[in-house]
Ligand binder design. Sequence first.
Ligand code: ZN
Ligand code: ZN
Length: 377
Amino acid sequence: MPRDPYQVLGVERDASEQQIKKAFRQLAMELHPDVNAHDPDAEQKFKEAAEANEILSDAERRATYDRYGHDGLRSGGYAPNFDGFGSISDLFNTFFGGASAGRAGPAYPEGHRQGGDLAVGIELDLLEAAEGAKVQVRYDAVERCEHCHGNGAEPGTPIKTCARCGGAGQLQAVTRTLLGQMVRTMVCDECHGDGRVPEQPCRECHGSGRLASKRTLEVDVPAGIADGQRIRLGGHGHAGEAGAPPGDLYVVVQVREDDRFVREGDHLITALDVAAPLAALGGTLEVPTLDGSATIELPAGTQPGEVLTLRGAGMPALRRSRRGDLRVVVNVVVPRRLSPEQRELMERLNDSLSEENLRSQESVFAKLRRALGSQAA
Ligand SMILES: [Zn+2]
Ligand SMILES: [Zn+2]
């Protein structure tokens, strides 16, 4: 289980954006393996700090974490992407503008990695979710450096065979133990497994071959998408190392609450105020729908909490042609603050009512349920 990101960064739960940024920079400076060679766990701690920062520096992610913890982030499609970020030296460059320029960071033992996945959140209103939308997303991702075409050498300068590993890209460490000689193979820390190093590192990416950049992408959100669903865009994540494939981008959709409708699957529910006399008389009502308004027949004698259904006026079903229904819960409003004439009319009406007008087939329990509103949904 990953640790609490607030604890990792050592900030209070109500820390400001600025405080979080500052705490992360401070930690990163202390833990960066180039700086902190004596602590064997520095790399792990640095990654932990970077992940904590990734969660807390994004308002949406932070809110999700505050409410649902790490599980909530994972089920929302978020995965920490520092594993695939490449060398820590890249990461450091990304955050600190080349503070470790020219120095080689530690290599990942696996060598060239696929680019990491990214997640970005978008917010839609209910109508956009119903109709589908094109949404521009902006995010930061690591790209191949165009100045050196990803090979890390300043253009026009030679790339020479790595002197440290003799071009093998690997180093062997022999240690003597009680059980005999142990040979460990490691990725060369000079060339990161390439076997070749630029004589003069690229001035744009400082030899890493990759750079952080801002990207903008237009995302097609399908009609019928629901709150919390995610869209996967293959290949739009971080660039991979030295020709390895890029990661994916996950767009996590949030649908804002609507003033008029509550969504239940593909159905929409709304409440409509109807004056008690009209509910008794019946008539034609105008009801709001997602695309304007529609009329619906109100039967005479409609009781509070009864549900009228408008077929096909709900949400479109994702990747299917049929639509859900609109359910209109009738909220019978008893008139207040009567004028003298209205009062007289009501008195006359009340006097004229007989048992026949009030009788219903419902049991006491059914009446209670209705009165308490559990019929509504
Ligand atoms: Zn470059
Ligand atoms: Zn080497």
